[in-house]
Design a protein around this ligand. Structure first.
Ligand SMILES: CC(C)(COP(=O)(O)OP(=O)(O)OC[C@H]1O[C@@H](n2cnc3c(N)ncnc32)[C@H](O)[C@@H]1OP(=O)(O)O)[C@@H](O)C(=O)NCCC(=O)NCCS
Length: 232
């Protein structure tokens, strides 16, 4: 049976901890961090990329600073030195959280979204989601629509992130189950079994992990609060 680990990371760090994070990133990551206009976006980027390096370092027996990343198919980040059974991973960050999915031998995608007011939710769903998804959302009580929209969004985005396609795969080409039903892929032209799992990412966040494998076991873990001290 396939398995995946989902790491949930709290990104609220002190300035000192953010400096530790910046110190172990590679020049291209530091360059990108320096181009964010809003300090909160810069901090989220620094912390989530440092956490990714820490976790990939433990997975591969490498120091976080020694992790080499490359753009794989369609730009999906991958480890530059692939082993015989490569470590598959995917990162997502929003609000106070980063999610990092890790698997071996199966493509993994993760998505987390901070739930926020979205008066246009039904219009966006009608324009971009599958017809059954948009109709299901519209049938919900009005007060349930925003949270359901973000859950649905993360379910769909986790799938396209596992595939590595991003928006190259139109989002109406496949459909997923609608909350409050558990996460499940219902219809997709591309063959092959999938496991989708709702992930508890904390109050005000919706999150999903998608793995291109059947009936996978999903293990949820959190980094300890002092994780930046472990960056070496
Ligand atoms: C990158 C992408 C795949 C997701 O971006 P996002 O939701 O804005 O951001 P997330 O935090 O979830 O993910 C970003 C991370 O995904 C990873 N990523 C980048 N390209 C990727 C790809 N082709 N496939 C999978 N993961 C990718 C990177 O690690 C990136 O982190 P970074 O930006 O800090 O370097 C985006 O390009 C995309 O196409 N998203 C679909 C967007 C959409 O409109 N969805 C609508 C609702 S379903």
């Amino acid at each position: 049976m396939s398995a995946a680990t989902i790491w949930v990371v709290d990104l609220a760090l002190s300035e000192r901890q953010l400096d530790r994070c910046a110190a172990i990133l590679d020049p291209s990551e530091r360059d990108r961090a320096g181009r964010f206009l809003r300090p909160a976006d810069r901090a989220r980027y620094l912390a989530s990329h440092a956490a990714l390096r820490l976790i990939l370092g433990e997975e591969t027996g490498t120091a976080p600073v020694g992790i080499r990343l490359a753009a794989g198919m369609s730009g999906k980040p991958a480890l530059a030195c692939a082993a015989s059974e490569p470590v598959e991973f995917n990162l997502s960050h929003s609000g106070r959280r980063a999610l990092i999915g890790i698997a071996r031998g199966a493509a993994v995608g993760v998505d987390v979204e901070a739930i926020r007011p979205l008066p246009d939710a039904l219009r966006i769903a009608r324009a971009h989601f599958a017809a059954d998804e948009a109709a299901g959302l519209a049938a919900l009580p009005p007060r349930a629509i925003e949270a359901a929209f973000f859950s649905l969004w993360t379910r769909k985005e986790a799938v396209v992130k596992a595939l590595g396609t991003g928006l190259a795969l139109p989002l109406d080409r496949f459909s997923v189950s609608l909350p409050p039903l558990p996460a499940r892929l219902l219809r997709m032209a591309e063959p092959g079994p999938w496991t989708l799992a709702d992930i508890e990412a904390g109050p005000g966040h919706a999150a999903t992990l998608a793995l291109r494998a059947p009936d996978a076991a999903i293990c949820r873990r959190t980094l300890p609060v002092d994780w930046p001290d472990r960056l070496g």
